[in-house]
Design a protein around this ligand. Structure first.
Ligand code: HSE
Length: 437
C-alpha cells in the first residue's frame, strides 16, 4: 500500500471539527477507496484546550498556521480558518509555495486571490481543491471543472446561500418576520459570523465569482457583481409573488450576453412550477446551461458542518488518489495564466421580466399615470393588479405590475417617472423575474 497521506488542518471551528471527525470515523472506508491511509498529523487553531468532540491528541499542535503549512512532514494543508487576508491567505500561499497540496473552503479568499493562488499551485504542480467553497456539499466544482469538458456554458445560476434560502422559505411558509428567521439560522450554525454577509448577498457573490470563472474561463471578478440582498423583501412581496405564480429566491446569476458577462446577485422571482422554486430551507441548488448538455440542476445541502466536511473530505480523498502525473487539471478549469480578462455587461442593459409593486394614493388618474410611464418607456405589461394596501390604510392602494421582457434601464426610468409624479406613498419595490425550467 502507498504511504499514508499526512494532513494538517488549520482552523477547528464547526467545519474543521467535522472534517476531523469524518476522517476519524470513516478511516477504514477512505483507506479502501484511496488505496492508502489518510492521517491527521498536525492541527492549528486558537484554543488548544477546547473540547471539539474528536480525539486529536496524536496530531502535532501549531499555534501558527503558516508555520504548519510549510512543514515537510505534511502532504496536504487544509485551510478552514476563513477570511480573505491574514492567516488564511498567508498560510495557503506558504503551503503552495512549499509544494504542499491545499484544500480550502474559503470562498472569500478565492474570490479575492484565487487566480494568484492558482498560478502558484500550477507552477509548483500541486492541487488546490475548493469544492466546499461553493454550495457546501454539492459537487459543483468537480462537475464544472471535470465532467463538463468541452461544453460551452451560456448561463449558470443558483441558490448559493443557505441562510437566505432558509429565511425566505420560512417567511413564505409561516408568515413570520425576517428577524426571527435570521436568529434561527444563526442558532443552527448556517449563517456567517457577520450575518450581513449572508443577507446582503456578499456570500453569494463570492461563490458566484468562482462559478463565473469556471463557466467562462475568465479571471475572477468578485468586485464587478451587481448585488442586492434580501433585507428589503416583505411579506407583501412574498404574498404577491405567490398570487402571481412566482416564488422569491436570492439567486446568483452569471450569463453570457452580446455585450459581455452579467454577474448579478439579487432577490428573484422564479415560476413556482420551476425546479429551482422547489428548493427549500438551507438547501442550495446550481443550474448550469450549456450547448451540449442543455440544463443541469444540482441541489443539496449548502451549509452546516457536515455538508461542508463532506466536500472537504472528498477533496482530500482526491489528493490521496492522485499520483504524480495523474492530477486533475488546472484549478479553475483553464490554466490560470490563460484565464481571459472579465468583460462586464452593464446592468442597465439586462433584459428580462420585472415585478413592480407600488403603494399609491387611492385617487383618480393614478392608474392611468402609471400605465403612461410604462408605455412611454416601451414597457409592455403582462399583468396589472390593484389591491387594497391593507385594512388600516383606506386611502392607499397597492398596484402590482408584471412586465414582459424589457430592460433594466427602461424599468428604472419608468419607476423614477412614477415616483416624480407624486402618487407613491412608500418606496417602490422592483424584483427581477428569472427564466427557469
Ligand atoms: N453562510 C453560508 C450559507 C454558509 O448560509 O450558505 C456556507 O457558505
Amino acid at each position: 500500500m502507498a504511504e499514508a497521506l499526512r494532513v494538517g488542518i488549520a482552523g477547528l471551528g464547526t467545519v474543521g471539527a467535522s472534517v476531523a471527525c469524518v476522517l476519524n470515523e470513516k478511516a477504514a472506508e477512505l483507506t479502501r477507496q484511496c488505496g492508502r491511509d489518510i492521517v491527521v498529523t498536525a492541527v492549528s487553531a486558537r484554543d488548544p484546550k477546547r473540547d471539539r468532540g474528536v480525539d486529536l491528541s496524536a496530531a502535532k499542535w501549531f499555534d501558527d498556521a503558516a508555520q504548519m503549512a510549510e512543514r515537510a512532514d505534511i502532504d496536504v494543508f487544509v485551510e478552514l480558518i476563513g477570511g480573505d487576508e491574514g492567516p488564511a491567505r498567508a498560510s495557503v500561499k506558504a503551503a503552495l509555495e512549499a509544494g504542499r497540496h491545499v484544500v480550502t473552503a474559503n470562498k472569500a479568499l478565492l474570490a479575492k486571490h484565487g487566480v494568484q493562488l492558482a498560478e502558484i499551485a500550477e507552477k509548483r504542480g500541486v492541487l488546490l481543491n475548493y469544492e466546499a467553497a461553493v454550495a457546501g456539499g454539492i459537487p459543483v466544482i468537480k462537475t464544472m471543472r471535470e465532467a463538463m469538458a468541452g461544453n460551452q456554458v451560456t448561463r449558470v445560476f443558483g441558490i448559493l446561500n443557505g441562510t437566505c434560502n432558509y429565511i425566505l422559505t420560512r417567511m413564505e411558509a409561516e408568515g413570520i418576520s425576517f428577524d426571527a428567521c435570521l436568529k434561527d439560522a444563526q442558532r443552527l450554525g448556517y449563517a456567517e459570523a457577520d450575518p450581513t454577509f449572508d443577507i446582503e448577498g456578499h456570500d453569494t457573490a463570492h461563490k458566484l465569482s468562482i462559478l463565473t470563472s469556471l463557466a467562462f474561463g475568465t479571471r475572477i471578478a468578485a468586485n464587478d457583481i451587481y448585488m442586492e440582498g434580501i433585507s428589503n423583501i416583505t411579506q407583501a412581496d412574498i404574498r404577491a409573488a405567490a398570487e402571481l405564480g412566482y416564488r422569491i429566491k436570492l439567486l446568483g446569476v452569471a450569463q453570457r450576453t452580446d455585450s459581455g458577462i452579467e454577474q448579478r446577485v439579487h432577490p428573484t422571482m422564479v415560476p413556482t412550477a420551476s425546479v429551482i422554486a422547489q428548493v427549500h430551507g438551507v438547501t442550495n441548488a446550481v443550474a448550469i446551461e450549456t450547448d451540449i448538455l442543455g440544463e443541469l440542476l444540482l441541489s443539496g445541502p449548502g451549509a452546516g458542518g457536515n455538508a461542508t466536511a463532506s466536500a472537504v473530505v472528498g477533496d482530500i480523498a482526491d489528493i490521496a488518489k492522485s499520483r504524480p502525473g495523474f492530477q486533475h487539471g488546472p484549478v479553475f478549469g483553464w490554466p490560470a495564466k490563460e484565464l481571459k480578462p472579465y468583460k462586464k455587461a452593464q446592468m442597465r442593459s439586462h433584459a428580462g421580466g420585472y415585478f413592480i409593486r407600488l403603494t399609491v394614493h387611492d385617487r383618480i388618474g393614478v392608474f392611468a399615470a402609471i400605465a403612461k410611464r410604462m408605455a412611454d418607456n416601451d414597457i409592455s405589461l403582462e399583468s396589472i393588479v390593484q389591491q387594497a394596501a391593507g385594512p388600516e390604510i383606506e386611502a392607499q392602494k397597492t398596484v402590482i405590475l408584471v412586465t414582459h421582457e424589457t430592460t433594466e434601464a427602461a424599468v428604472r426610468k419608468a419607476v423614477e417617472g412614477v415616483t416624480k409624479d407624486g402618487h407613491l406613498t412608500d418606496k417602490p419595490q422592483v424584483i427581477r423575474i428569472e427564466r427557469a425550467e
